[in-house]
Design a protein around this ligand. Sequence first.
Ligand code: GTP
Ligand code: MG
Length: 553
Amino acid sequence: IDKLCLGLEPQTQVRFTSTTSAIKAQTKNKTAKAAKESKTFQVIQEERREEAERSVLISCPPKINENKFLDYLSKHGTINKHFFYNSYGAYAVVEFSSRESIASLKESTNIPAVEHEAAVPFKSRLLSLKWPGSQSSNHPMPKLKEQSPPSINEITQLLSEKDTIDEQLHCLTETLQLTEENISLRFLVCSLLRDIAGAYFPECVIRPFGSSVNSFGKLGCDVDMILDLDGIYATSQKKGSGLSLEYQVKRGASERAVTQSILSVIGKCVDQFGPGCVGVQNILQARCPLVRFAHQPSGFQCDLTANNRVAMKSSELLFLYGQLDPRVRHLVFSVRCWARAHSITSSIPGAWITNFSLTVMVVFFLQQRNPPILPTLDRLKELAGPSDKCVIEGNDCTIVSDLSKITLQQNTDTLEKLLQEFLEFYGNFPFNKASINIRKGKEQSKPETTALYIQNPFETTLNISKNVNATQLERFVALCRESAWLLQQKEILKQSSDSPWGFTALLLPSVTSGAGVKSRRKRKLEPASSRIKNLLDSLKIKGGETVAKKGSA
Ligand code: GTP
Ligand code: MG
């Protein structure tokens, strides 16, 4: 746990626990300082959004002179930050210190003359740098920042070099988490999209939510976006003669119908006018209507929704939990990675458990520790100040935004212990009769007969895992039991340089998935060493990726 405290990521503002009094004292000071300095979720989002508005995305030729490139752009104003990355070609993100620089840059940028085709003359902040070939040949491309996650093989290799499971889980988070550059790129893509939607709704904002901002995002995850039209409703209520004016508006049959019509028009614009936006699909009949597309220059898969404020609040809630104790993020990253490796979660919608549900399950588990590592959602509501009050469509979504108001109890469990107990907890959870409720931090009796019932934190009559069927839940439970068992085996705990050990052994394809009693009986008869050998043997490497056993659902 001491290592855990010292190895904190800079963005993690926490109250942590430690075993020695010296570190405790140090921690107390640090905690008070961190809490004072910590920014609320909204402030962080707003700062990033504002940075994105002062940024441009430039497609670059393969070889450029970085200094010359920066000199050229600096003519339009001071550059705060920049970085290069590769996405089927080199790109640069350049953030100016003032928005005027963008206007100046745009003035000196041309609409290209297109041969055989015609250009839509939409002036976006996605640009292409034209560089005379002769001037660039002697310059290698500047260092490119990686935007993709490492392969399972690379992760396994990295983790195998660690000394303890706790170190492995730290390393996993550090390797998979979104980088500062990747987060900036996500906000920039939202801002580029806003320029398109802004043609219809000048007051609109497009904000990222979900794993782009909840602190649990992994490199390569999709960008969930909300078209936020709330700014349109803000009016100045001037007192005076009693007269007032209203806009004449077109009406729709329901909120949902209006959301669908707005998204369908914006979707069409993104498709026809949005440079770099391809594969646009309007998925308007979904429970939460959305426009899905790929943004080629960033390599992001994007889901644009509207009228979805509760989802943003859920992202804030998860972010808050992730900030309270560093073990939360480490455990969530490891559980998400473990579940993905075993196809418990999937990128395709279906009857599987989602990452969102899995994260809520981790939060619930951490509320159950003795003493608890995380407070209940009701407690977060009690601590809220007047400015935190938030009611969305009749649901009270109030939570405290100031982290320094939250006092945590002393709990010094190691990550290894928490992972082990997480697996045992859900391997034995009475899913048939109990529901998971992070608002109360207690199991509740299940109000309906769905396989898995996880109460929606803010829309409390809804179940966020309604989609999960009994087979998928059984697979999850069986895997929890198997992994818990595996983690107890000495062979797994013993570090050995030539074979996966500790957490990496849990990522190997399950030999029992989809099977039930038979494999469990087999497990009893076999010595642990031969089972691990089986597990190792079943590791199939294809194109650098571990192929989890298919069809086990
Ligand atoms: P990834 O799998 O990494 O994309 O995780 P994610 O947290 O971004 O999940 P996803 O893209 O599926 O959903 C985006 C956000 O929508 C989540 O973080 C939640 O805030 C919200 N969300 C997703 N599924 C549900 C659900 O079933 N119910 C509710 N209320 N919100 C959901
Ligand atoms: Mg997502």
